[in-house]
Design a protein around this ligand. Structure first.
Ligand code: 5GP
Ligand code: ZN
Length: 136
């Protein structure tokens, strides 16, 4: 896609620090890393979200994520990592070409998710469960 920054990286029109490249996926270092070694895995086919990937593409992406996560963590001396995948603007997706973030983590690296602990009203959990199961 012409206006997509990741398609332009895949096409070689924009430089990137590439890590793994196959017919199906490309991975490269994020230009604005949360921590050193923060990398991205993207399918070469332009689709916006996780829901549009084929099963083969998804398998290859997640296998690449696993391979890269270990290497990125070890290479940067990290002792853990996060795999993050945003879908939609409201979920923090800025680049509308599906991608997986791998973020090496260390104790006291100062990065925090704004996680919260919500709760369900009486009966709401079961209702949500039924709603999801109906659509599977
Ligand atoms: P999102 O918020 O869409 O999940 O994340 C997009 C990521 O792409 C961001 O972490 C951002 O730093 C990274 N990014 C955006 N433009 C470029 C670029 O031109 N090169 C590289 N290497 N990363 C980019
Ligand atoms: Zn694209």
């Amino acid at each position: 896609m012409k206006d997509c920054v990741f398609c332009r990286i895949i096409a070689g029109e924009i430089p990137a620090a590439k890590l793994i490249e196959t017919d199906v996926v490309l991975s490269f270092l994020d230009i604005a890393p949360v921590n050193p070694g923060h990398c991205l895995v993207v399918p070469k086919r332009h689709v916006a979200t996780l829901l549009e990937l084929s099963q083969d593409e998804l398998n290859i992406c997640i296998f690449t994520v696993q391979r890269l996560a270990g290497a990125a963590a070890r290479a940067t001396g990290a002792v853990g990592f996060n795999v993050l995948q945003n879908n939609g603007r409201c979920a923090g997706q800025i680049v509308p070409h599906v991608h997986f973030h791998i973020i090496p983590r260390s104790p006291d690296d100062g990065f925090k998710f704004g996680w919260r602990e919500g709760s369900y009203a009486e009966g709401e959990l079961e209702e949500v469960q039924r709603g999801i199961r109906k659509l599977l």
